[in-house]
Design a protein around this ligand. Structure first.
Ligand SMILES: NC(=O)c1ccc[n+]([C@@H]2O[C@H](COP(=O)([O-])OP(=O)(O)OC[C@H]3O[C@@H](n4cnc5c(N)ncnc54)[C@H](O)[C@@H]3O)[C@@H](O)[C@H]2O)c1
Ligand SMILES: N[C@@H](CCC=O)C(=O)O
Length: 528
């Protein structure tokens, strides 16, 4: 994390950081705040590109604070970015993979060197608390390095196959994985560094050229990441950074026939639209979709309730419940239900809410006016249909007056067939149910269309049963660091089953890079 400290920041270690992380974050924050309000261009073919229309990036904790001015990219900008990436493809894809690895590693080093400044921007732009913000950036550097390591471990994905059993000839066969072409990365607001950077590094190191399109709420973090790529020496046109609305700029990219493949991370609805639209082409193009979650935690009568309570509250309310991995459903066996619920409510009531850059704050604001409204609508519905144990209201007084602040909310007694057991709310609301046994818990845990992450607290024998039966791509047992959140590249590669993901292979894992390449078999015959 830093040259001086052996501490490694991950989402599992972030709860007890060394003092140095706080002081360096605070220094960087002061510096970043002194330079707020600048205008940032897009980067197309290595050049700054400015559009006629602009949009303002706000701080969700204080909507009067303008973080920067960004370009509302047009359809023409989308087409120019594709043309630049297409032009750069031949050279980049024929650059020896070892050289690409060296450049991506250099970019990872720059991300690490700039971690406090980028982390401060993430905290201001997304409303993440300081350790979550630094974690997002540190994860990005690790995703870059994991992609490089993976390329090396697999020797550039060139594998000699068997030789044909021919008489009079020698026939050698090689399997070579080769890049597709121009790769599009569309990212969500909640992990603007890791979820823009991770797929981008995978696309680039495998020899694709790149267009990065971040969410309109978080163009700044992605811009700072693009600067790391630029400053590492990635050639002009190999990566392109464009900003603007998904419905116009994003759609123009999806509709462009020269986009060879896409990694989309975001909501189910937009992801499925992209999947369908992207299929309107002459051949099938690779489409990596990382979508929503409705992640359960199951707690058995044999669980350590302290670990369960801490893990569930961290995962329910970290980043204000706006993680695809957030723990939004809890199923508790009847004998321990009352005690665990009491602990969950007590811990939730202790969470500090406020300016996410402040040292003691755990929860910042939700991202924008639309999420703020969603929270209020869901809370109203839950007040009517369930029993709100804590939370269920917005905060509007004093330091909360200018931001989108809401309270962490736990709800019990919601009928099992209520629609909000199925919907990804993406705000800090978690529903809790009492179950008579673990079979009932498992049935309910699996009866949603999503299958992203899941958590379990119980005995070792029950844990094996849980891993075997749960329908999810990332699963955790007996983990106080987070019931369903906090995956880290190389430790917990991240991806979902069912409606949560399309590829069945997790990001930051051993099977990820091949998704960015197609296979070519090379048979060479020599007469003997
Ligand atoms: N599975 C995962 O790894 C993962 C990780 C993080 C977030 N998510 C999911 O992301 C969602 C939250 O993020 P969000 O609110 O930014 O998601 P979103 O779907 O609203 O937006 C995601 C991205 O899609 C773009 N977009 C919107 N319409 C488009 C179109 N027609 N064509 C092309 N691009 C378009 C947006 O501008 C943005 O960049 C949640 O559902 C969450 O679960 C999933
Ligand atoms: N990788 C993050 C979630 C990313 C989605 O929002 C986690 O594991 O908590």
């Amino acid at each position: 994390m830093t040259a001086e400290s052996p501490f490694k920041l991950t989402y599992a270690t972030m709860f007890n950081p060394p003092e140095e992380l706080h002081t360096r974050f605070e220094e960087a924050l002061a510096k970043v705040k002194a330079g707020l309000g600048k205008e940032y261009g897009m980067i197309i073919d290595g050049k700054e590109r400015f559009a006629d229309e602009k949009f303002v990036d706000h701080n969700p904790a204080n909507t009067n604070e303008f973080l920067g001015i960004f370009q509302k990219g047009t359809v023409q900008d989308a087409h120019d970015a594709v043309a630049a990436a297409k032009k750069a493809f031949y050279k980049w894809s024929h650059t020896p993979w070892q050289e690409r690895v060296a450049l991506i590693r250099k970019a990872a080093d720059l991300i690490d060197q700039r971690i406090f400044e980028i982390g401060a921007a993430v905290a201001l732009e997304v409303g993440k608390n300081r350790m979550e913000a630094l974690g997002d950036v540190a994860e990005t550097a690790d995703l870059f390095r994991y992609a490089c390591d993976s390329m090396e471990k697999n020797n550039g994905f060139i594998v000699e196959m068997g030789r044909d059993p021919l008489t009079g000839f020698q026939s050698t066969n090689f399997s070579v994985l080769r890049p597709y072409g121009v790769w599009l990365v569309i990212s969500p607001f909640n992990f603007p560094a890791a979820l823009t950077g991770g797929p981008s590094a995978a696309a680039l190191v495998t020899g694709n050229t790149l267009i990065m399109k971040p969410a309109t709420d978080t163009p700044w973090t992605a811009r700072l990441l693009a600067e790391c790529l630029r400053d590492a020496g990635i050639p002009d046109g190999v990566f392109n950074y464009v900003t603007g609305p998904g419905s116009t700029l994003g759609q123009a990219l999806i509709d462009h026939p020269d986009i060879a493949g896409v990694t989309f991370t975001g909501s189910y609805d937009v992801g499925m639209k992209i999947y369908r639209d992207f299929a309107q082409s002459r051949w099938v193009r690779p489409t990596i979709l990382e979508l929503g979650g409705k992640n359960p935690a199951i707690v058995s009568r044999h669980a350590n309730l302290e670990d369960a309570a801490v893990g569930i509250v961290r995962s329910a309310f970290g980043l204000q419940g706006q993680k695809c991995s957030a723990c939004s459903r809890v199923f508790i066996e009847e004998p321990v239900y009352d005690e665990l619920v009491e602990r969950l409510v007590a811990l939730t009531n202790k969470l500090t809410i406020g300016d996410p850059t402040a040292r003691n704050v755990y929860m910042g604001p939700v991202i924008n006016a639309s999420s703020y409204r969603d929270y209020q609508n869901f809370a109203e519905e839950l007040h009517q249909s369930g029993r709100v144990l804590t939370g269920g209201k917005i905060l509007t007084e004093g330091e909360y007056a200018k931001g989108y602040f809401v309270t962490p909310t736990l709800v019990a007694d919601l009928p099992a067939d209520h629609r909000l057991w199925q919907v990804e709310m993406f705000v800090p609301i978690t529903t809790i149910a009492k179950v008579s046994n673990l079979e009932e818990a498992m049935t309910r845990a699996n009866e949603v269309m999503y299958g992203l992450t899941a958590g379990f607290y119980g005995s070792p024998e029950e844990v094996e049963w849980f891993f075997d039966r749960i329908e999810a791509g990332v699963t955790y047992a007996n983990r106080p660091q987070g019931a369903t959140t906090g995956a880290w590249p190389g430790f917990q590669p991240f991806g979902g089953w069912k409606a949560s993901g399309a590829s069945g292979k997790n990001a930051g894992g051993v099977y990820y890079l091949p998704l960015y390449m197609h296979e070519q078999i090379r048979t060479l015959v020599k007469r003997l």
